[in-house]
Write a protein that binds this ligand. Sequence first.
Ligand code: KQY
Length: 380
Amino acid sequence: MTRTLASTPVKDGFAMPAEFAPHAGCWLLWPERPDNWREAARPAQLAFAQVAATIARFEPVTIGVSTAHYAAARLALPDSVRLVEMAHDDAWMRDVGPTCVADRRGTVRGVDWRFNAWGGLNGGLYFPWDQDEQVAGKVLEIERLDRYRAPLVMEGGALHVDGEGTALVTEECLLNPNRNPQLGRAGIEARLRDYLGVRQVIWLGKGVVNDETGGHIDNLACFARPGVVCLTWPDDRRDPQHAISLDAWERLHAARDARGRRLKVVRLPSPAPLTMSAREAAGVLRHQGTRPRLAGERLAASYVNFYIANGGIVMPLLDERTDRRAAAGLKRLFPRRRVVGVPAREILLGGGNIHCITQQIPQGHPVRSTGRQSRARNPK
Ligand code: KQY
C-alpha cells in the first residue's frame, strides 16, 4: 500500500539520487491532445514509441495512456513496453510524474509536487490541468512507493541534482511569480533542501531561448557526473542563446558544489535556430485555453534534453548539421554508456524533448555501513 507521509524526505533520511544512478525503470505518458500535437498527435506518437522502445533496451518502461487511446498505443508499442490506463492532460512525465528520493537502506519514495501547467492562469500552457496533477500519485501507487506531497509548485524538468547534495536550477523558472510568488530564493532553497535533500543550490539565469516552460534547466544544462556539468552552447555569437549560455558558463565556473568542488563545464553544441514551419503549425488545433502554435516561432531545441538510462544515453536527433557532433560530445561525456539517437523533431514541436517526456524511478541501493548490506529494494 502507498502511504502519504506527513514528514519530509530530509527528516526521514531521503535524498534525490542523480539520473545517472541505477534505475528500476522509466515512465512516460502517451501524447494525445490535438491542440498541442499536430495531426491528432499521430507523428508525435510514433516518436514517443521510438523513444520508449529505445529506453526499453536498457531498462523497464511503462507508459500511461487514456482509455480512448489504449488499443492504438498497444499496437504502436513493442511488447517490452508496459502500458497502463491513466488519465492525463498532456504528455510531460518529467514534470507531472513523481521525483523519487532514496535512503541509505535502498528504500525509494516519491515527491509529488504541485503542478500548474508551467504558470497557471498567468502564462501557463493549458487549462485545466487537474488530470496531470494526479499523475504522480497514480505512478507511486502502481510502483507501491510511499509519497510526500510537497508544498511547492515545481516540475521535474526545473531541477537537476548530482546525487551528492547539489541542485542546478534557473532563476527564470524558479523565481517566476507564476510558480511560488510567496517564496523568495531562500524559501525555495529551503523547500528543495527539505524535499530533495540538497545542501547547495546553483542558480543559473535564463533557460533556452523561447522555452515555453519558463526556462527549465533540463534544456540548458545537466550533471553528467558529480563535478561535471554539460551545457548547451551555440556556435553563433549573434544567436541570443549565446549570451544566455555564456552567463551560465560564468556562473558555473564561479560556483562550488555541495562538497566544495569547482565544476568542470563541458559544452554540447546547440542546434542552429530551428523554427516551426507553416505546415507544422497548421496541423495543431487551435483551442481556447491552450497556447497556440505559430509558424516561424523559434523552437527551444537543445541536445542537453537527453535521457540517461541504465547503460545508455537516449538523445534527440534535431538537425543533420549538428546531430553527429552532439552525439560525439555525449560519447566523450559518457564513455561507458551506449549513445542512441532518436528523431525528435515531433517532440520538440510540442515544446520539449526526450528528457521532458521521461521520468526515472531509481533503483535505490543500500549504502554499506559497518553492518551487513541489505539487498531489499523497498523493505517495509
Ligand atoms: O521541459 C520540460 N521538462 C517540459 C516541456 C513541456 C512543454 C509543454 N508544452
